[in-house]
Design a binder for this molecule. Structure first.
Ligand code: GAL
Length: 350
């Protein structure tokens, strides 16, 4: 009997999905992989590689988000990967960038590869992953090693990725907070980050910056741009459509949800015009209880962009859930993110 129940239990958990399920705005839909386990790939991204969609992110712990070695917002595993052919059903492919269990190692856990983002470099045929590196014990601090841009590389999407170290773009005065990457149509790529300068004087404060990466994507060039009007904004998500750059951001309230906004430019290095919250309706003031993570084009449909956001639950970080929304572009180069409780991707008009 117990065995029968056990089997039934397993079967009930390993569901087959036929659509994106965001649930009500106040819900936390528990999305499971094809083995029935909760998808544990936080604040990462989705890309198409080698004939499949790949979803990667930080493997968190079922613990509250607190400072110190026991915080659930840190990882003791690393960055993990899932794959899917339909965007709804994801199978777990394992750890692609692993933490270390050796004290003194830069990847000694718990630590953070926060907001990891992967780009494919067609010239070098390498996958390059950038993240906000926070060394052991993974608490955000201002000291060197606790607020950095970390990079790892692999010849295969599924890794293993080799950690290449961390650095601070522009100069060491600028502590790295939230970060992301963006790949332009010409193959050039950019690191986008919340640069936090604590030292009084030039550059003081927290402002989003965009730094051009080297051709191999593994380092920074001296070409960068400060988005002067993106003060105290984070969770940057860059989208480009028809020559227009849209940068969706959140306010800075830690894990607590707040109102998104976006910036628009016709050049990656600005100037950027600030525009209002792209979400609307109930709970738009808290971005549908979420914070942006990434946006990606549907394979073969470059005009179809899907926005990935995360609903943080600080009481137990593995309960943070994901929402996916269609990105709508208006005729006057506006961008909006309508809320849908459940939806299937299909070409516009739907
Ligand atoms: C958020 C940020 C996250 C994480 C968190 C920590 O605002 O977007 O990436 O850093 O704060 O409190």
């Amino acid at each position: 009997m117990a065995m029968v129940l056990g089997v039934m239990f397993c079967e009930a958990r390993a569901e087959t999905y036929t659509q994106f399920t965001n649930g009500a705005v106040t819900e936390h839909f528990a999305w499971r992989d094809t083995s029935g386990n909760l998808i544990n790939a936080h604040d990462g991204g989705i890309l198409w590689a080698d004939g499949k969609y790949r979803w990667y992110g930080l493997a968190l712990r079922p613990l509250p988000a607190v400072n110190g070695p026991d915080g659930g917002q840190k990882t003791t595993v690393g960055v993990v990967m899932y794959s899917s052919t339909d965007l709804y059903n994801w199978s777990y492919d394992g750890v692609v960038l692993a933490c270390s269990d050796k004290p003194g190692d830069p990847l000694y856990a718990p630590m953070r590869f926060e907001r990891p983002k992967i780009l494919y470099n067609a010239k070098t045929k390498q996958y390059v992953m950038w993240f906000h590196y926070v060394g052991y014990p993974g608490d955000h601090k201002n000291t060197l090693g606790a607020g950095e841009a970390g990079v790892a590389v692999s010849g295969s999407i599924n890794g293993p990725y080799t950690y290449k170290g961390f650095t601070r773009p522009i100069d060491e005065k600028g502590i790295v907070r939230d970060s992301s990457v963006f790949q332009d149509d010409d193959g050039s790529a950019y690191f986008i980050y919340d640069r936090d300068v604590r030292e009084k004087g030039p550059g003081f404060g927290r402002v989003l910056h965009i730094v051009k990466l080297t051709d191999d994507y593994l380092g920074f060039t001296d070409k960068w741009y400060k988005i002067e009007n993106a003060v105290a904004r984070e969770a940057p998500v860059m989208i480009k459509r028809k020559g227009v750059y849209y940068l969706v951001t959140s306010a800075e309230t830690g894990w607590k949800d707040n109102a998104a906004n976006y910036y628009r430019a016709s050049n990656i290095f600005g100037p950027y015009t600030e525009l209002p919250n792209p979400t609307s309706g109930p709970y738009a003031d808290v971005t549908y209880h979420s914070q942006g993570t990434w946006a990606f084009e549907v394979h073969g449909h470059p005009d179809e962009v899907i926005f990935l956001a995360e609903r943080h639950i600080t009481e137990r970080m593995t309960d943070c859930s994901y929402i996916l929304l269609p990105v709508r572009f208006g005729p006057d180069s506006t961008l909006s993110l309508p809320y849908l409780t459940a939806w299937k991707w299909k070409p516009w008009p739907r």
